[in-house]
Design a protein around this ligand. Structure first.
Ligand SMILES: Cc1cc2nc3c(=O)[nH]c(=O)nc-3n(C[C@H](O)[C@H](O)[C@H](O)COP(=O)(O)OP(=O)(O)OC[C@H]3O[C@@H](n4cnc5c(N)ncnc54)[C@H](O)[C@@H]3O)c2cc1C
Length: 468
């Protein structure tokens, strides 16, 4: 029998449920193949920094497999076409389950194809603590509000959800490699560096550092973009270079050791937001095309390209918004507080369709994860489940003063404002001409005037939402 391990969002050789089962079920007469399929035609949502991160992860995985005496075949093309070429009868393909509707559709096609050859695709939940669809209400219906979902997770979770999926390669030693028709050598072209390196070692270092220095302060510091108070693990969790179970176990260990238990509990709760949004995509796949609350598909959003361009480029005249957008462009990442501020600004102050914002984030984020991105955008636009009510609109000036009180974050990403005193940094257009000259920035020339007046936006939002 031919057994193929198809790596997708689980790019590691440790604590990997798919690999564990694959290795356990090997027989000495099996032929094996470790495979990754790079479908560059589906790269609409793969910015160059994300591709670079992925390449680093693949290169690392390939090296780690080589150390064990195996190859990682990285084949290019549409997955169905790839399988049409390589599949023979009596083949089992092992892969991690992906719950996005377009992935489900792809897997269905591949499964149909394999069946015509007497072969099969076997999927295993690995990306989250809970299996797809596992956490439901006692009556079997899905949760649509985070707190009860979280409470249910807390009551259901047991060791089997977070214990290590140990991967023992000793069985594989006896198997021959399944040699495919593909002999091409994959060339890794690493170009656009993001803020973070791909590969397992880099992920583990982040987890270690966060465990030692960040976890016990998480709740107090996580909202301040200038402090580096979060783990930065999102790209690793997305590509599976670090497993969610490793993160959960680290937090449980810290919980046993520390007096600052609430700080750690907040991080555990954030991990469950990720599960919550998976749960939404799984049960309500229509969110891929529109609002969770369907009535809000009728909102008459604006499609002003000029304003949208200013938001994207970080030239709105709102320093905190501009700093966030420039960080995203430069590093392929943005702090959670800034994701909320910039998304809220686009949807409420500019009243631009959240789907434009979702798509732009998708193009730029290294950690792009359909469920979390869609969930985050719908939360900000007030169209989602358990989202911010539409009448509660962030005031960008107050957010800025509260979460970047000294303007350190702003000054890092908006260097034109570097010499602006702290008392003016959140609203530099309020400086007199003389003050502007003193700090070397003329507002309206070197840095834009605000593109809209925040105090006037509320009426429009209330009217449009109330009209639905
Ligand atoms: C508009 C918007 C878009 C977003 N897009 C994405 C995205 O594409 N990919 C993504 O991973 N996250 C997204 N998030 C959620 C969140 O911003 C990031 O997960 C977080 O900033 C990652 O930083 P960290 O790893 O340092 O997180 P930490 O604060 O250290 O949290 C640990 C992990 O918990 C998970 N997590 C934390 N907060 C959230 C949350 N609110 N929703 C879902 N999961 C969470 C992430 O996996 C994160 O890595 C989005 C949020 C918003 C408001």
């Amino acid at each position: 029998m031919v057994k193929i391990l198809w790596f997708r969002k689980n790019l590691r050789l440790q604590d990997n449920k798919v690999l564990k089962t694959f290795l356990e079920e090997l027989k000495p007469w099996d032929e094996i193949l470790f495979l990754y399929i790079k479908n560059e035609n589906s790269y609409k949502y793969y910015g160059e920094k994300r591709i670079n991160f992925l390449n680093q992860c693949l290169e690392d995985l390939k090296n780690k497999l080589q150390e064990k005496g195996y190859n990682l075949y990285i084949l290019k093309g549409n997955a169905t076409d790839v399988f049409k070429k390589i599949i023979v009868s009596d083949t089992v393909v092992f892969a991690d389950r992906q719950i996005e509707p377009y992935c489900i559709e792809r897997d269905r096609k591949i499964d149909d194809l394999l069946k015509t050859k007497g072969s099969e695709l076997r999927l295993f939940d690995d990306a989250a603590l809970f299996d797809s669809g596992e956490v439901v209400k006692p009556d079997g219906l899905p949760y649509t509000v985070f707190t009860p979902f979280k409470n249910r997770c807390d009551s259901l979770i047991s060791e089997r959800h977070y214990s290590e999926a140990k991967c023992d390669f000793s069985n594989a030693g006896k198997c021959k490699e399944f040699i495919t028709v593909f002999k091409e050598k994959y060339i890794f072209r690493n170009s656009a560096e993001g803020f973070i390196r791909g590969g397992r070692n880099s992920g583990l270092e982040l987890l270690k550092e966060f465990y030692e220095k960040g976890l016990e302060r998480y709740n107090s510091e996580r909202d301040f973009p200038g402090t580096g108070g979060t783990s930065l693990l999102s790209p690793h969790l997305h590509f599976g270079t670090v497993s969610i179970r490793e993160c959960y176990r680290a937090a449980l260990k810290k919980l046993r050791e520390t007096k600052s238990k609430d700080e750690v509990r907040t991080w555990l709760s954030e991990l469950l937001w990720r599960e919550f949004y998976y749960n939404i995509t799984y049960h309500f796949p229509y969110v891929i095309n529109g609002a969770f609350k369907k009535q809000y598909d009728n909102i008459k959003w604006s499609y002003d390209k000029e304003l949208f361009g200013k938001w994207r480029e970080g030239k709105t005249g709102y320093p905190i918004v501009d700093a966030g957008m420039r960080q995203l462009y430069k590093e392929g990442w943005m702090h959670n507080r800034l994701r909320m501020i910039t998304a809220m600004f686009l949807t409420k102050d500019l009243f631009i369709d959240w789907k434009w914002g979702e798509e732009y984030f998708a193009e730029k984020l290294i950690d792009l994860d359909f469920s979390s991105n869609n969930g985050g955008w719908q939360w900000s636009a007030s169209t989602g489940c358990d989202s911010q009510p539409y009448f509660r609109i962030f005031n960008p000036y107050l957010q800025s003063a509260k979460f970047d009180p000294e303007g350190k974050y702003i000054k890092k990403y908006v260097p034109e404002l570097a010499k602006v005193p702290v008392k003016n940094i959140h609203q530099p257009d309020k400086m007199s001409t003389e003050q502007q000259k003193q700090c070397g920035v003329i507002i309206g020339k070197d840095y834009p005037l605000p593109v809209v007046e925040h105090s006037k936006v509320k009426d429009r939002v209330l009217n449009e939402f109330k009209a639905i």
